[in-house]
Design a protein around this ligand. Structure first.
Ligand code: GUN
Length: 281
């Protein structure tokens, strides 16, 4: 009989990860330091960065925020990245997406020293992932891979569907599943017959932010469902997938409490890796 209704408890695994990182940092000869560039006028970004700051405090790392205002130019931001790259007291740099629309996020990310790109979303880090070379891996999809591994979910040979093609999530997620041996499809806004694609998936990762986009009856029995969505509908917090899917899926992530905490914990784990590497250099 297929296992049904199990929960991928990202909150619990994230707590366990943060605890291990705190112990690890106590044994390092430097305090990990992360610099975050965040748009001052984007409340969601500011609140995500607060969560990252809380986790950093918990493990004994330092997080410095740079609030980007409307009068910061592209040149200001590029000079800031260059100086953070050169600064030996900085272990990690994170550019919180989205930046204000007058800035080119891609040009800024392209300047990041890959050794300090602890969010793993710069072109060089994504290229390293695509070519299976060493480098920091994108925090959210790596957190999801760790969650799947923690629950012994087999990936090799499975049909995996990723809904959403973002640089932060969908694209690196698909590459990580591919590198782990899955047969991967990516669905996006131009995809026809989403229902048909969902019906073939044995591992489903949805990252669109469209509440209840994926209907529970589309999902085949026994699928592992990872829901990265977080939106509100009818006054309730919802994911991308109708929550009654838990009655037929083998595993589901709670929304909230699944993917979000794993993103933060994995970012901290990348930061500790960067600190160890840069400290040894
Ligand atoms: N915006 C929302 N989530 C993320 C994330 O994980 N990383 C970055 N850089 N920006 C985000």
């Amino acid at each position: 009989m297929l296992a049904v209704g199990k929960v991928l408890d990202g909150k619990a695994l994230a707590e366990e990860t943060l605890h291990k990182l705190k112990v690890e940092i106590e044994g390092l000869n430097r305090q990990p330091t992360l610099h975050v560039l965040v748009s001052k006028h984007d409340p969601a970004s500011v609140s995500y960065v607060k969560m990252k700051c809380k986790a950093a405090n918990k493990i004994g790392a330092k997080l410095r925020e740079f609030l980007i205002d409307d009068d910061h130019s592209q040149e200001d931001m590029e000079n800031l990245i260059k100086s953070l790259n050169e600064n030996s007291a900085v272990d990690g740099i994170l550019v919180q997406h989205p930046l204000p629309s007058h800035l080119s996020e891609q040009k800024i990310l392209a300047l990041l020293d890959p050794k300090k790109d602890v969010d793993g979303i710069s072109p060089l880090s994504l290229g390293a992932l695509a070519s299976r070379m060493p480098g920091h891996r994108a925090a959210t999809p790596l957190g999801i891979m760790r969650l799947l591994k923690h629950y012994d979910i087999e990936i090799s040979g499975k049909n995996a569907l990723v809904i959403g093609e973002s640089q932060i999530l969908g694209r690196p997620m698909a590459l990580m599943l591919l590198n782990a041996g899955a047969t991967v499809s990516i669905a996006h806004k131009q995809t026809r017959d989403l229902e048909g694609h969902v019906g073939r998936a044995e591992i489903l990762v949805s990252a669109t932010g469209v509440a209840n986009l994926v209907k529970a009856h589309w999902v085949r029995g026994g699928t592992a469902v990872v829901d990265c969505g977080y939106a509100s509908a009818d006054g309730q917090v919802c994911g991308d997938v109708e929550c009654i899917v838990k009655e037929k899926a083998s595993y589901t992530t709670p929304v909230p409490g699944g993917v979000g905490p794993m993103t933060v914990a994995t970012l901290m784990s990348n930061l500790v890796d960067a600190t160890r590497f840069l400290g040894a250099a």
